[in-house]
Design a protein around this ligand. Structure first.
Ligand SMILES: Cc1cc2nc3c(=O)[nH]c(=O)nc-3n(C[C@H](O)[C@H](O)[C@H](O)COP(=O)(O)O)c2cc1C
Length: 451
């Protein structure tokens, strides 16, 4: 079932306001019609890349736009495309990462359901620029609406010579297919995704070599987040200068952000990168209580306190605050929210989702949860607060992938910013937020049910 206005699954609610660029077309363009997409200017970017810019010119345009990956790392997209293009290999691959590992991030799903041709166009632009003849859209298997629409879009695009053999009558050919991936946090990590695509267990492997050098079946492979590809299509069509008209110098363009928790209007926003955190809360109708913190970046992100809400929402500022942009998750916590319990929720999620390959991750995340449980039960061991930091540092130092390196983030940032809440729980069994009553359940997170 989908919403009759937007054509999206009902749990995806697009909020008005912000700086809508990608979201502006959802509900306007018919996701089941190539004609409708083309009438809105669709595939002009692919045409411009193929007929005018050429592969190097396309990469230059993406570089001039300053596009950075929206899948969490913020890596410059043009650099990745150059690495893949210059890597030696008879065949090259591009992969659209639509695993949407964290279900509280709605952006990629909204794009895949609401405007599948935009993603497909971005993927084809990436394939053309990097010299790939094989393109895979890896989609979380429970996104059934997205899968159906993407498959239909590929068929339509092939029939119109926009995908497949001899695209637009040129010698550029690229076969595109949809692959249904696992519903798991680690499944979105690029090396785990490539392992699963190759038929192995979806577990990360050590980098380097990076996928652009040796990826799927040994071929240079460009893995790109879905939203990144949508922006790439937009840039190919509208140009770098227009792209930079929104956003900051170091982080141009917009970002899809899913706001939830203690706000009046939870939902999906598109905002200019560099927007202050306080403005994002306001765009979601404002806090329902007195905002105490926001958790950005989901289980691999971190918390910023109310005194930091003037921080700009961009890759570098959030990283500097010990958090990260992740897939655009933005959870608002108020004064009735326990920071220790919230940190436990995120850590427990990472511990359950750890694939088990790296021992420090498999054991470390569980030990951290157990330590938090002792603190929450007011029966800590003497050095438990110290242990949280020590163990986290060791996990980051030895991490095989970023799930492990970043899992302690929500805990470490709350420990730094709300030490009193940890001490009150540990020493007196008191929850300063008045939220915990002996059970370690985060009431804040119940709105997540059903996402
Ligand atoms: C645990 C974990 C889960 C991830 N899940 C996703 C995901 O669901 N979607 C995604 O695009 N990137 C995800 N990533 C990041 C990818 O590894 C990779 O950096 C990204 O797809 C590259 O695309 P980008 O440069 O466009 O951001 C995840 C990383 C980690 C460590």
């Amino acid at each position: 079932m989908t919403d009759s206005g937007t054509g999206l699954s009902p749990q995806i609610r697009i909020l008005p306001g912000g700086d809508q660029r990608l979201l502006a077309e959802i509900g306007v363009v018919d996701p089941n019609s190539l004609d409708s997409y083309r009438k809105a200017g669709g595939y002009a970017g692919l045409r411009r890349a193929v007929e005018k810019l050429g592969p190097e010119g396309t990469i230059d345009e993406i570089a001039a736009a300053g596009l950075r990956g929206r899948g969490g790392g913020g890596y410059p997209t043009a650099d990745k495309w150059r690495e893949a293009r210059s890597a030696s290999g008879d065949s090259k691959v591009v992969v659209a990462n639509l695993i949407g590992a964290d279900p509280t991030a709605l952006g990629d799903r909204a794009l895949a359901e609401g405007n599948p041709h935009l993603l497909l166009e971005g993927l084809l632009v990436a394939a053309f620029a990097t010299g790939a003849s094989d393109a895979i859209i890896a989609v979380r298997r429970d996104w059934t609406v997205a899968i159906e629409r993407l498959r239909a879009a590929i068929i339509e695009a092939e029939a119109a010579h926009l995908a497949g053999y001899l695209v637009l009558g040129t010698d550029f050919s690229c076969v595109v297919r949809v692959w249904e991936g696992a519903v798991a946090l680690v499944a979105g990590e690029e090396t785990a995704l490539l392992a699963a695509l190759a038929g192995d267990r979806g577990m990360p492997v050590i980098r380097p070599p990076y996928p652009t050098e040796r990826g799927l079946g040994g071929a240079p492979t460009t893995v790109q987040n879905g939203e990144t590809l949508a922006h790439a299509a937009w840039i190919a069509s509208h140009g770098a200068k227009k792209f930079r008209a929104i956003g900051s110098k170091e982080a141009p363009g917009t970002k899809l952000v899913t706001v939830y928790g203690r706000v009046a209007e939870p939902g999906l926003l598109e905002i200019a990168l560099g927007t202050p955190l306080a403005d994002i809360v306001k765009l979601a109708g404002g806090g329902t209580g007195t905002t105490k913190a926001v958790f950005v970046g989901g289980p691999g992100g971190g918390a910023l306190g109310a005194d930091q809400l003037d921080t700009h929402y961009d890759f570098d500022a959030l990283h500097a605050a010990g958090a990260g942009i992740g897939l655009g998750q933005f959870l608002v916590a108020d004064t009735d929210t326990c920071m220790v319990d919230s940190a436990r929720f995120f850590l427990d999620y990472s511990a359950r989702e750890a694939c088990g390959k790296a021992v420090p991750c498999r054991i470390g995340t569980k030990r951290l949860v157990e330590t938090l449980d002792r603190i929450l039960a007011a029966s800590p061991r003497p050095n438990d607060l110290l242990l949280l930091r020590e163990l986290s540092r060791k996990m980051s130092d030895t991490a095989l992938c970023h799930l492990e390196a970043r899992a302690p983030g929500p805990m470490l940032t709350t420990l730094d910013r709300f030490p009193d809440e940890y001490r009150a729980h540990a020493e007196r069994g008191e929850c300063l937020a008045g939220a915990c009553s002996g059970t370690a359940v985060a009431p804040l997170l119940t709105p997540l049910a059903g996402l």
